[in-house]
Design a protein around this ligand. Structure first.
Ligand code: NI
Length: 177
C-alpha cells in the first residue's frame, strides 16, 4: 500500500464531478487500499477519490472507534442513494480537504445505498447515524461538493479565506526555509 497526497480547498479538482468506475479491477482495488491507508494515517473516517486527485466515483469509509477490536472499512465504487429518511441528523463535520475547520451540517439520518464493492459485486447497505452522514459527505465529494457548500456563503467564504491565508503562510515558510 501507499500513502497518497490529499488535496485541500480551494482547488478546482475538488469541484469536478467524478466519472463512474466501469469495472473494479486490481488497479481500482489498489487505489481503494491506498485511500484507506491514507485515511487512517490522516486520521479520518472517510475519503473520496477526488481528494487524492482521482476523478472517479470511489469512496472509502470506516467509522469504527479507534479502540474497536476490528476495523470496519467500506470500499465503495459508484455509490448511489436508493432511499433517505425524512428526518435529519446534525453532525459537526470536518474534512481532510478543509483542514482544521468544522461546522454543523444536517443530512438525512438514515440511508440505503447501492454500490460496487472491492470484488466488483453490487451490494446494498442500510446505514444510520455517523455512518450515514459519513457516506453522504463522501458521496458529495463525487459531485464536487464540500461540506462547507452546505453552509451560508458568508461562513463558507470566511473558511476559504483562512485556508488561502494558511496556505500562503506555509508557502512563504517553505521558501524561507
Ligand atoms: Ni470530505
Amino acid at each position: 500500500m501507499a500513502m497518497l497526497p490529499i488535496i485541500t480547498a480551494p482547488d478546482p479538482r475538488l469541484k469536478q464531478v467524478a466519472k463512474p468506475v466501469e469495472r473494479v479491477d486490481a488497479r481500482t482495488r489498489k487505489l481503494m487500499d491506498d485511500m484507506l491507508e491514507t485515511m487512517y494515517a490522516a486520521p479520518g473516517i472517510g475519503l473520496a477519490a477526488p481528494q487524492v486527485g482521482v476523478g472517479q466515483r470511489i469512496i472509502v469509509v470506516d467509522v469504527s472507534p479507534d479502540d474497536a477490536p476490528e476495523r470496519q472499512p467500506y470500499r465503495m465504487a459508484n455509490p448511489q442513494l436508493l432511499w433517505v429518511s425524512e428526518d435529519d441528523a446534525t453532525y459537526n463535520e470536518g474534512c481532510l480537504s478543509v483542514p482544521e475547520h468544522y461546522a454543523d451540517v444536517a443530512r438525512p439520518r438514515a440511508i440505503r445505498v447501492r454500490y460496487v464493492d472491492e470484488n466488483d459485486e453490487i451490494r446494498e447497505l442500510e446505514a444510520e447515524g455517523l455512518l450515514a452522514t459519513c457516506i453522504q459527505h463522501e458521496m458529495d465529494h463525487l459531485e464536487g461538493i464540500l461540506f462547507i457548500d452546505h453552509l451560508t456563503a458568508l461562513k463558507r467564504n470566511i473558511i476559504l479565506r483562512k485556508l488561502l491565508k494558511a496556505r500562503k503562510t506555509t508557502d512563504a515558510e517553505v521558501r524561507a526555509g
